[in-house]
Ligand binder design. Sequence first.
Ligand SMILES: Cc1cc2nc3c(=O)[nH]c(=O)nc-3n(C[C@H](O)[C@H](O)[C@H](O)COP(=O)(O)OP(=O)(O)OC[C@H]3O[C@@H](n4cnc5c(N)ncnc54)[C@H](O)[C@@H]3O)c2cc1C
Length: 402
Amino acid sequence: MSIAKSQAAIVIGGGPAGLTTAISLAEGGVRTVLVRLHPARPDNRTTALLAGSITALEALGVWSLCADRAAPLSTMRIVDDTGRLWRAPEVKFTAHEIGREAFGYNIENRHLVEALEKRARDLPALQIIDDEVVGLAPRTDAVVIDLRGGDILHGRIAVGADGRKSICRAAAGIALDERSYPQVALTLCLSHTRPHHDTSTEFHTPNGPFTLVPLPGNRSSLVWVLDPGAADALAALDDAALAAAVEKASHSILGKLSVEPGRGLFPLNVATARCFARNRIALVGEAAHVLPPIGAQGLNLGLRDAATIGELVVAAHRDGRDIGADDLLSRYERVRRADVDSRTLAIDLLNRALLSDLLPLQGVRGLGLYLLDQIGPLRRAVMREGIAPAVNQPRLMRGEAL
Ligand SMILES: Cc1cc2nc3c(=O)[nH]c(=O)nc-3n(C[C@H](O)[C@H](O)[C@H](O)COP(=O)(O)OP(=O)(O)OC[C@H]3O[C@@H](n4cnc5c(N)ncnc54)[C@H](O)[C@@H]3O)c2cc1C
């Protein structure tokens, strides 16, 4: 098979960032092909989708397909559980303080992806191919894409949504700045006897955050950041022993716990592509940036990438311009860079301050949290910026159609 070159866009990767990109493009009338390789393991993680992401998913007709499986995040607590000399006060962020019902919603990734796939299948302009991309060759007027099954695709633009080890990034000749942390995130879902009151609680421990995030009913998801040895030891426990360990670390705030089947271990790193688009290839989601799971930013950034490239390509298609032209790709880079770099820097600093044994760094972290606790306007500004950037919000995140 070789599809016509005309105005076709090829999206590589069927995770949440790729599916959202493909839906945005096809909704805007761009003939789109999504090539996806199914992940080797089921994803038991959940995603805290912040307000702008929910608005975009509503605009794309996805949110109504999964809203009943998500829990609102109305309050976020940060509790200093480091036991150190410079301990910060507990800080509580409430959505009501900035005039919202909720900061966003937490949903299991499998339910989000299922809803995205359902919406994708309904769009006549979108073709889905289950195969693996094994090669991409950017040419002057198209990208030529080889599939493992032997087919060859031609697209005016290729959008790489193929995750951390992106073959698209390599084909575009884009380098990656990357650093690993001595930390692993243990993820699981659990049920509990006490209600969570739509509150997520992040205990800051000397090895990283221990975060409980609400799910519908008396259920929550856990992201527990630990040193690698401790993470392996916990993951090897039986359900009862693991539940007891989680309950102890949570100071029993949710009562008695039962862990559900499925545990994930994710080594933590931070990585940013030096450029987000060139040679007719644009990167979205973790192909472009990887963040540690602190402050629920990773996929929210990925969805803003998807909405932005969707907006630029749909506008070019409507005007009859080349949808993979250099000026479009440069614009994408300009629009996304500040959002990605500022959040990466903030999360990296926060994580390093938590891990550091240096008293001055601990003091700065404690002072930052103290100021957030004491100064209402500062706290509200941080909350607003945390859920959405003040500038360059893509149209979908503002609830506008493409
Ligand atoms: C513990 C943890 C908790 C997190 N919690 C949050 C949170 O609360 N909020 C938040 O915003 N973010 C969170 N994140 C980040 C979020 O999970 C990621 O940003 C998101 O999953 C990345 O989605 P993606 O679509 O970019 O990549 P992926 O989900 O990795 O999808 C990539 C897809 O591409 C496919 N693929 C790869 N290579 C090829 C190929 N050659 N051909 C075809 N297909 C290919 C893969 O099979 C895969 O399906 C968390 C991350 C971790 C580790």
